[in-house]
Design a protein around this ligand. Structure first.
Ligand code: UDP
Ligand code: MG
Length: 139
């Protein structure tokens, strides 16, 4: 196992539904350290840039509209195997397939509005962290 950093977002539905504390509590209980955190409202163009990897997918326009519909919280999480640990806390993309006790199984009601984002690999973690945070914003 390696010490890793990963990028997490609490999506607009998570913020609107008052789940910021619940989600961050799960990160901390699992031993993930918060190395940076901010709330911001993505523009449509910023959401499109963040999700550019999905630009050919049928859900891209809807997803980026949703992701720019309200404030989000972006965080850098750090720990042993942090990328997978965070993905395990999140649960599967489709809440109907997410394991019981995961964030998405417990709270999501929609495949698009599924509360959280988490990087899926070391290279995406690096790019996604750099998308949101500069050196001065990290502890
Ligand atoms: N998404 C969607 N419909 C789909 C698949 C994905 O609306 O059929 C949305 C959902 O919000 C998901 C995001 O697009 O979290 C990015 O998709 P990805 O496959 O990367 O899932 P994730 O890594 O977030 O689990
Ligand atoms: Mg993904």
């Amino acid at each position: 196992m390696a010490m890793e950093q990963t990028l997490s977002m609490i999506k607009p539905d998570g913020v609107k539904r008052g789940l910021i504390g619940e989600v961050i509590g799960r990160f901390e209980k699992q031993g993930l350290k918060i190395k940076a955190m901010k709330m911001l409202h993505l523009t449509l163009n910023q959401a499109r840039a963040f999700y550019a990897v999905h630009k050919e997918r049928p859900f891209y326009d809807s997803l980026t509209g949703f992701m720019s519909s309200g404030p989000i919280v972006a965080l850098i999480l750090e720990g042993e195997n942090a990328i997978q640990v965070n993905r395990d806390l999140m649960g599967a993309t489709d809440y109907r397939q997410a394991a019981p006790g995961t964030i998405r199984a417990d709270f999501a009601k929609d495949i698009e509005a599924n509360i959280v984002h988490g990087s899926d690999a070391p290279e995406t973690a690096r790019t996604e962290i750099a998308f949101f945070f500069n050196a001065l914003e990290k502890v």
